[in-house]
Design a binder for this molecule. Sequence first.
Ligand code: HMG
Length: 386
Amino acid sequence: MGFALPNAYVALSDLAAARGVAPEKYTEGLGTLAMAVPGPDDDTVTLATRAAADALARGGISPDEIGFVVVGTETAVDHSKPVASFVQGHLGIPTGARVFETKHACYGGTAGLFSALDWIDAGRARGKKALVICSDIARYGLGTPGEPTQGGGAVAMIVSESPRLVRLDGASTGRYSKDVFDFWRPLDSKDAKVDGRYSVECYLDAVRGAYSALRGLEGASERPASARFAAMLYHVPYGKMARKAHAALVESDGETDSTATFSRLVAPGLRLPSVVGNVYTASLYLSLLGLLSSDGERLAGQAISLFSYGSGSCSELFTGEVVPGAHESLRDVFELVARREKLDVAGYEARFRARDIRELAKTPLESMPSTTPHFHGIRDDKRVYA
Ligand code: HMG
C-alpha cells in the first residue's frame, strides 16, 4: 500500500470557532480533529499518481509488473478519459495493462478491488499484479453542515497472488445495495449534495444488511463478530459514523453495549482518518493503512473485517487476515502525516477558492511547480500536468 495526502490541513477546532460552533461538536460529535486541504496543484490524478508511486516504491515493485490498473473515484476529471490512464502515463505502466475507472460514490474503489481479486482468481493475471487506487477530494460548500466532513487524498494497493499486507477473502463477502438519494454530486456541481441525517440512516441500514448477508452466506453457527475479528474497519466519513456503524453491527449479534469493543476493535483504525477527514473512496483503506502502520505487528495472523459503503448505495462487508510483517513497509506513515502544514481558516478558504480558479483557467500557469506531478491548468481543453 501507498498513500498521498495534500500537504496542508485545517484544525476542526479552528473551523468551529470561525463558524460559531462549539469545537466539541466537530471533535467529539463528529470525531474529527483535522481535515486535509487540497491545493490548486492537487487533483484526483496527482493524488492517485503519488499514491501509486508510493505503493510501488514501498513494495519494491516495478511498473512493468503491473497488468491491471483501476482507479475508484467520485471526483472524476473527465466524463470519458479515466484517471487511470493519466496514472499509466505518469508511471510508465506497460501498454498490455487493462486500465479503467470505477464509480459508485465511496464504494467505487472497493468495486475496483474486487475486480482485481476476480481477475487474479480467474487465473488471468499470469504473473502480473493489479494496481488499485482510491483517489478523491471530498467537497461540500463553505459554511454547510457537510463542511467539517471534507478531506482529500489517495490510497493505492497492489493486489497479487502473494499478498504481503492482508490476505483478502474475495469469496466470503456480504453485500447490500439499494437505490437511495442520500448523497450525490450532480454533473454541473463541484460540491456534493447531501441529505445528511438520511445518509446516516442509509449507511446504518447498509451495515445491518451487509452483515446479515455475510452471516447468511457463512451459516448461523459463526461466533459474534466482536469475538471473531481482531480489528473491525468501516468506511469513515467521520469517526462518529464508524462508532454508530459498529454499534449497529454488534447489535445484530445481540450485544447491547458496544463501548468496549469499539475501543478495542475500531478506534485503532480511526487515528489516521481523524486527522485527514473524509476521503470518499479512500477512507476505508486509509483506515486500514493507519491500522497496519500502528498495530500491524500485534495483528499478525489475525482476522479483520472491512465495511465499505458508497452512497446511492452499495456496500460490502468482507474479511482478511493480516500477514506477518505487514507493518514493516508502513512504519513512517504517521510521521509523514505529522509533517503537513497547518492552515488557518482564511488559508483553508483561500485554497478552496484557488482550486476552482485553476480548474477554470484555460491557460496553464507561468511558473513550474517544484515537485511532480502537479496539476498545471488546462490547455486546448486538455489537462496539463507538470
Ligand atoms: P449536523 O446536522 O450539523 O450535525 O451535521 P448534528 O446536529 O447531527 O451533530 C452531529 C453530532 O454532534 C451529533 O452526535 C450531536 O449530538 C453532536 P450524534 O447524535 O450523531 O451522536 N454534538 C455535539 N457533541 C459534543 N459537543 C457538542 C455537540 N453539539 C452537537 N457541543 C452531518 C452532521 C453528518 C449530517 C453533516 O456533517 C453532513 O451532512 N455530512 C455529510 C454527509 C455524511 O458524511 N454522511 C455520512 C453517512 S453517508 C456516507 O458515509 C457516504 C459519503 O462518504 C459519500 C459517499 O459515499 O460518496 C458521505
